[in-house]
Design a protein around this ligand. Structure first.
Ligand code: BGC
Length: 238
């Protein structure tokens, strides 16, 4: 990653998630990725869980064996590199705030990633409040992500209108609690924003993410890049 520009420097590789996705099996995959790029520098990793001091603390959509695991140490051994681990929605939000839809946006911005679950990242004047698990707010008597995530639309065969009503109810719930200045909608579904954005009634402005599938990768790298690599290069003096 070129963290000053927010661009991938090489083609991304995709390796199927091992089953079962235990910490040890995942560490092997991450080791393979580092070797593929012949990488010796710092690595940022995004995971779908609360991360405190490098350890995973929740496992809503991943194997329970991850809880309590020091992923930073595990991945550092597997890659022989310095590793930082961050929540996946926080990573995606971080990238959007730097290079995407949240650029130069002040006030309270909430990024919502819609996929298997619902991830959230909350920013105040550009500063991240990490590990907000707002996808687990209770909505219609259940965990909001079990009712309104993008996967629910696909698996339940819901029409865009029916699913958007759910998303709208979820955004209204958050609006009532936080009164944000902006919602950024991320996840694969943001590519089809024209199908659902016009149907939303929540009073907060809602925009689609700009970085699409690369947001998590860009944000994780950015969060753990040395400060000097994050700066934009100055124009060459004449
Ligand atoms: C997890 C979050 C994660 C989100 C998106 C939720 O189930 O609890 O930590 O950010 O899914 O992957």
């Amino acid at each position: 990653m070129d963290t000053a520009r927010g661009e991938l420097l090489e083609e991304r590789i995709r390796i199927a998630t091992p089953r079962p996705a235990t910490p040890r099996a995942l560490a092997r995959v991450i080791g393979r990725i580092a070797r593929h790029f012949d990488w010796k520098g710092p690595i940022g990793c995004a995971v779908p869980a609360v991360v405190k001091d490098g350890c995973l603390r929740t496992a809503a959509n991943i194997s329970g064996t991850w809880i309590g695991v020091d992923a930073t140490a595990l991945f550092a051994v597997a890659t022989k590199c310095r590793v930082g681990v961050i929540n996946d929605a926080d990573a995606a939000g971080y990238a959007e705030m730097h290079f995407g839809a949240g650029r130069r946006r002040r006030g309270l911005v909430i990024m919502v990633t819609l996929g298997t679950g619902i991830g959230t990242a909350l920013f105040i004047d550009g500063y991240l409040v990490p590990n907000t698990e707002l996808g687990h707010l209770t909505l219609r008597g259940r965990d909001a992500e079990k009712w309104a995530a993008a996967s629910v639309r696909e698996e339940g065969g819901l029409s865009w209108t029916a699913w958007t009503r759910r998303l709208d109810a979820y955004l209204h719930l958050m609006h009532g609690y936080f009164w944000p200045d902006l919602f950024i909608i991320g996840g694969g579904i943001s590519r089809k924003a024209d199908r659902f954005l016009p149907l939303l009634t929540v009073p907060t402005p809602v925009v689609p993410a700009k970085l699409k599938n690369d947001a998590g990768i860009i944000g994780a790298a950015l969060a753990y890049a040395p400060a000097r690599a994050r700066r934009k290069p100055r124009k060459t003096p004449r």
